[in-house]
Write a new protein. Sequence first.
Length: 473
Amino acid sequence: MRAGSLSDHSLLDYMLHRAAVSAPEVARALHVPPSTAMSMMARLVRRGQAMRVPTTDLPDETTPNNAASVANVAAVSTSRRGRPVVAYGLRLPAPVAVVLFDGSEASGAVVDAGLAVRGVRRQELAAVEGQAGAIALVERMLARVLPAAGLARGDLAGLGLSINAVPLGARTLASSVLPWVDASLAPRLADALGLPVHLVLTPTIVAEHRLLPEPLPGSMVYLRVGDGVSSHFIAGRRCHAGHGSLAGELGHVSLEADGPLCGCGRRGCLEAWCSGPAIVRAVREDLRAGVASTLDAGLLQRASARAAVDHIAQAWRAGDSLARTAMDRVFDRLGRGLAIILNLVDPDLIVVGGYVLRDRPEWIEEVRRRALPWTLHAARRENPLRVARATLEDELRVIACHYHYPLAGKTPPSSALEGEAKRGANDESDPDSQPRRRRARAKPAHRAKSASPARSLARPRPRPRKKLRSLLA
Ligand SMILES: [Zn+2]
């Protein structure tokens, strides 16, 4: 192994989780002297893997219920002594197309080498006709995104795809939200597009973590309530993916054995009560049963779950009794879910996102209040909740970064889950992707965790050498 390459992997790995870093921050994070951090950063800049980024002020402390966007840049512009700090961010070797596919919305864009997000397109989805429908949708999305970004397919290194799914072992992919998802999706998509396709399964928590100001919290949970319910977490700057990349599936904690059927096949899961589609389903049933309401039954039938939840939220604010009763059921159960997180993980910070709760501080407060009776020593705990701040563009950037740097910690993508185009449109035009793709083919898929590049911090990290640790003690 080339001298310095291990620490460079650690630095790339760290930079995946930070929108902008300074050399002093790197020195603290990787337990190396500042001069070493400077030369590591200079090496990445020379190789075109990192770049200077503009600095803007960020709040020194996390602000509860602060929904302001801090897209594009996140860096502390001055040190505590007021000296300007030079900030660095990742740079990509080539533009990459990105598609974020949730149950109720698909978004796409191209992320260029300087991490600018170009040609963003969003499309609400009422329903997707199986895997073939999803592939057709991604093709249409790419056909709209590329001209908007002023690029051609041959300019791309490939496609980074994020979908609401979890890997089950090295060769299987499953989703409680998108029942047609399986391991054949990425290879079929790669064939259809003529581009390599890499899956990035949990970009949102990384997007949120990238925006946190220093000092970073020791642990952070991202509670997501959208088309699914999950609570992934980062502890000690490492995503905890679990043994089989299944950690954080709060949505499938069953609260009632005879509750509604969940997409995972079991009953009474939190997700079966509290996800966007579950909320809409329950409200529609109430309307069918003749409960009086101002809600528009036709809209709830036609619209995407996202738009339908917006409609229910409007009615809730206006005091509609059906919306109030329905959301009471949801808040009660989300409160129990939140208490489970607090009792089990006791994190420094819980970022709350997903389209059900995002930008609805009054709903988050309902959930927080209803968690109290279920929370151990509730009165002595501080409120660790904060509203999610990462924008769609921030998430798309994370997908692009993980497309190019899945090997930051030497974890090859699983050939079973990643799609390699047989005749890549840019096979000759992207020299950087060639060695990486060869490496990916050369190694058998043997590690489930490799299927989730956004959780790549889960692998063991080399401990700092004793001498360096003692220097910093
Ligand atoms: Zn479930």
